[in-house]
Design a protein around this ligand. Structure first.
Ligand SMILES: NC(=O)c1ncn([C@@H]2O[C@H](COP(=O)(O)O)[C@@H](O)[C@H]2O)c1NC=O
Length: 510
């Protein structure tokens, strides 16, 4: 007679599954609570304590941790010595383990959970059984995911056994599951003991979807989300209309969100190839959109738009007239949605907590042979502002400087952002030389550059950028300062009556 050990925290579907096994002649062995619900449903169940000859003890901390259980799972059925030992020790084989674990993740996510409660939800016996059964998958079937119950019953009913291939697949699932479970426990302890960069790190993510392809069509790709913190991120977004998001949509959408989180006024961010091509703030979203659009009417084509307030009809009408791949917003008015849904190729995402911004997870970058981890750049924006020139910025200039500083912080380095009237005039991203970034921005901004202000993500190594800015009609500058030649830049600014602020904090982004 085949024997299945069933010990599950999540009891969904377990009665039906156990009944089918039992009808096929399997003996069911089970632990406390699982055993009770199976017996109550009329099934004949052997209690695990009858197998071990030992009571479940220490409030369930020890139930299945016994050689009669682990020997029955782990013994090699094709090894003479193992078979002999089984006989000598009166250990009978266990052919199937059905187990899922105490809800550790759910417990740490509950704000009311105490440390004691969290500790009790670290399952010990379960992972031991799962790992044992997965190790011995050559002989043992192991099921950790209730979604697999039907497949296993089908195989047993139609083929009389669970195939080697399926057992191997189920074992792989177990090790994914237990490593994820342990990673969450390790994360909890690292946080509790303030270990930010441990000697080894196992980060865990959950697959949200397979993607059609990666950055390019010849690259395969999938989207994984954080396990614990997805509020206000694309992982939380609900698609209201359009095709699946692509790899690049997700990357660019995230870029747009990161910029948007800097703003409280109604703001629209347009992103193309991971850089902002237009950002605008206004008294409403329609005005903000207009400013973002007018910053660069060309690059926004095929781009992504994120807004921090409802998309209304006026905004929807403007979006409709251009080709936008994705719109992200906390809500859409009914009529706005109707207008936009008429466009087949647009994706509309609703992201309710768009302004949420308290993430504790790392910022990470994969490199060949490793990964770079750092804090998210939530560095202070203005506290150390210092006016370093003879002329002070006007109130209007100051507002625009701070606006541009938020945008440049989130633009790929070397970055220059020109702004006027709470909207970008031009963005010069990702150049290997700072003056090229400025020259690109001046060229792109055309006549609007005159009277705009300039933000630079890092200091100016020479005074040439200030001179070029002055000649283009830029009136004020914000930059971190800190170059050995700061004085040259300050003197140049004074020469052209430019007002300049130092922030004392660099914002490189790569
Ligand atoms: N300690 C043990 O020997 C042990 N054996 C199984 N468990 C867990 O107990 C749970 C099932 O318990 P019950 O059948 O009493 O509802 C399962 O999540 C299982 O993983 C155990 N509990 C935790 O460590």
């Amino acid at each position: 007679m085949k024997r299945a050990l069933i010990s599950v925290y999540d009891k969904k579907g377990i009665i039906e599954f156990a009944k089918k096994l039992s009808h096929m002649g399997w003996e069911i062995i089970s632990t406390g609570g699982t055993s009770r619900i199976l017996s109550d449903s009329g099934l004949k169940v052997t209690d695990v304590s009858d197998v071990t000859g030992f009571p479940e003890c220490f409030n369930g901390r020890v139930k299945t941790l016994h050689p009669k259980i682990h020997g029955g799972i782990l013994a090699l059925r094709d090894d003479e010595n193992h078979l002999k030992t089984m006989k000598e020790l009166d250990i009978k084989p266990i052919d199937m383990v059905v187990n899922n674990l105490y809800p550790f993740k759910e417990t740490i996510l509950k704000t009311e959970s105490t440390h004691e409660n969290i500790i009790e939800n670290i399952d010990i016996g379960g992972p031991s059984m799962l790992r044992a059964a997965a190790k011995n998958y050559k002989f043992v079937t192991v099921i950790v995911d209730p979604k697999d119950y039907n497949t296993i019953i089908d195989e047993l009913e139609n083929k009389g056994e669970v195939s080697y291939k399926t057992r191997e697949y189920l074992a792989a699932k177990v090790f994914q599951h237990t490593s994820n479970y342990d990673a969450l426990i390790s994360h909890y302890f690292n946080e509790k003991t303030n270990i930010k960069f441990p000697d080894t790190i196992t980060l865990t993510f959950e697959k949200k979807q397979d993607l059609r392809y990666g950055e390019n069509p010849h690259q395969e790709a999938a989207f994984y989300t954080e396990e614990l913190e997805t509020t206000g991120t694309l992982s939380e977004a609900v698609k209201l209309h359009g095709k699946e998001l692509s790899y690049n949509n997700i990357g660019d959408g995230n870029g747009a969100l990161e910029i948007l989180k800097e703003f409280t006024l109604p703001t629209v961010v347009a992103v193309k190839h991971a850089n902002p091509c237009g950002v605008g703030s206004g008294k409403n979203i329609a005005e903000a959109f207009k400013k973002a659009y007018e910053s660069d009417k060309q690059s926004i084509f095929g781009g992504i738009i994120a807004a921090n307030d409802e998309i209304d009809v006026d905004t929807a009408k403007m979006i409709k007239d251009i080709f936008i791949e994705v719109v992200i917003a906390p809500s859409y008015s009914e009529s706005a949605l109707e207008i936009l849904e008429a466009k087949k190729n647009i994706r509309l995402l609703r992201l309710p907590h768009i302004n949420y911004n308290k993430y504790s997870t790392y910022d990470m970058k994969k490199i060949l042979g490793g990964v770079l981890l750092q804090d998210r750049n939530q560095g202070k924006m203005y506290e150390d502002l210092k006016i370093v020139t003879q002329r002070k910025p006007s109130d209007e200039e100051l507002k625009d400087l701070l606006f541009a500083w938020k945008v440049v912080k989130n633009t790929k380095s070397n970055a220059i952002v020109l702004a006027k009237n709470q909207g970008t005039v031009a963005v010069g991203p990702g150049q290997v030389s700072r003056i090229w970034a400025l020259e690109n921005a001046i060229k792109q901004g055309e006549e609007s550059v005159r009277g705009s202000v300039m933000a630079s993500d890092a200091f100016f190594p020479f005074s040439d950028c200030i001179e070029a800015a002055a000649k283009a009609g830029i009136t004020a500058v914000i930059q971190p300062g800190g170059s050995v030649r700061d004085k040259d830049s300050i003197d140049m600014a004074d020469k052209y009556k430019i007002a300049m602020l130092f922030t004392g904090m660099r914002h490189f982004k790569h």
